[in-house]
Design a protein around this ligand. Structure first.
Ligand code: SAM
Ligand code: SF4
Length: 326
């Protein structure tokens, strides 16, 4: 069992398969011409397998594949297959553009739940946010996942003046489809032009929805990052991930592995532990994993106060989101 200095048990590992992506979301990959890591610098399939296996032996019960876009990694199907042998729930977060090529892989690996990112229901705005004209492909793939019986969560990063006028449209979508919308507060990362005025807070989102709908609070899963709600008689649900205005660090159980094999004990941690180099040199990585978690800060990587309005984004030390693995 992996425990941090505050007694939090860590049993959830997010593995980034690549820092590359076929989209260029402004809040995630600020630089259109970003250089991706050469493949030799990434964990190879056998290394992902071995390192993930070590985490599972240490108590990890859930693994999420992410990136960059995990499904642009050329060995994605193989990695999904290899990891499916572990007694851990396997899930994935994707931009949805290539999901149609992986339905069989998902099913064979026992993946039941898929998170797809979609920040807007409008074609033009989609192009503005992602800088790629693939709204229709993503929409069709969400429909495909629903038809195929997957539990589909839709991640929408809310940004003032960009898509906050669509909050009610997203909630309306849950009326006739079993889709689970997750409004995410905009977070600061290296180079993503974050400003506190651009954050649409938990409170603002809830007030907007309350002006139009009657809804109930649902019970949140243990260690949940999202606060879940349901409009009466709607098939789907909505939730809010309030990292900025109401962080949920006290129940955090998450660890991250970047595509180049660095372990982060928090999305906002300054430090990283180089598990891949240690593994390649034949070192036992278990003590490194334990040490990394022991050093975890109580909240938000120790980098900012709980009052997001006071944050100086330029003072943060971190990677960009795409290089961490969201
Ligand atoms: N490419 C995949 C995708 O888009 O779902 C997986 C990687 S992406 C980094 C994972 C999640 O992080 C996405 O839902 C994305 O919207 C979210 N994300 C990226 N940058 C963010 C930011 N600055 N604030 C909040 N969420 C962010
Ligand atoms: Fe790519 Fe996902 Fe980042 Fe968008 S949010 S640039 S799809 S990794």
């Amino acid at each position: 069992m992996i425990k941090d200095g505050f007694g939090r048990i860590h049993d959830y590992l997010r593995i980034s398969l690549t820092d590359a992506c076929n989209f260029r979301c402004t809040y995630c990959m600020p630089d259109e011409l970003m250089q991706f890591k050469p493949s030799a610098h990434l964990m190879q399939v056998e290394e992902i397998d071995a390192i993930a296996g070590m985490f599972v032996r240490m108590g990890v019960r859930k693994i999420r594949l992410t990136g960059g876009e995990p499904l642009v990694r050329k060995e994605a199907a193989e990695i999904i297959r290899v990891l499916s042998k572990y007694p851990a729930e396997l899930t994935i977060t994707t931009n949805g553009s290539r999901v149609h090529e992986f339905i069989t892989s998902f099913k064979d690996a026992g993946i039941r739940s898929v998170n797809v990112s979609l920040d807007t229901l409008n074609h033009d705005k989609f192009l503005q946010v992602t800088r790629r004209p693939q709204f229709q492909q993503v929409w069709d793939n969400i429909q495909l996942l629903i038809r195929e019986g997957f539990h589909v969560k839709v991640n929408a990063v809310m940004m003032k003046g960009m898509n906050d006028d669509e909050i009610l449209d997203f909630v309306a979508w849950t009326k006739d489809q079993p889709v689970h919308i997750r409004f995410i507060e905009f977070m600061p990362f290296n180079g993503n032009h974050w400003e506190n005025e651009k954050v649409v807070s938990y409170k603002q989102i809830l007030e907007t929805i309350a002006a139009e709908y009657d809804f109930v609070k649902l019970r949140d899963d243990a260690n949940a990052t999202a606060k879940k709600f349901k409009v009466y008689n709607h098939e789907g649900t909505f939730a809010i991930i309030s990292t900025m205005s109401a962080p949920f660090c006290s129940t955090c159980n998450r660890m991250r592995l970047t595509a180049d094999g660095k372990m982060k004990n928090c999305l906002f941690s300054k430090g990283e532990v180089d598990l891949l180099t240690a593994y390649r040199s034949g070192q036992d990585i278990m003590p490194l994993i334990e040490q990394c978690v022991i050093e975890k800060e109580e909240s938000l990587g120790g980098q900012f106060t709980k009052d997001y309005e006071q944050i100086d984004a330029d003072a943060l030390t971190n990677r960009s989101m795409i290089r961490i693995g969201g």
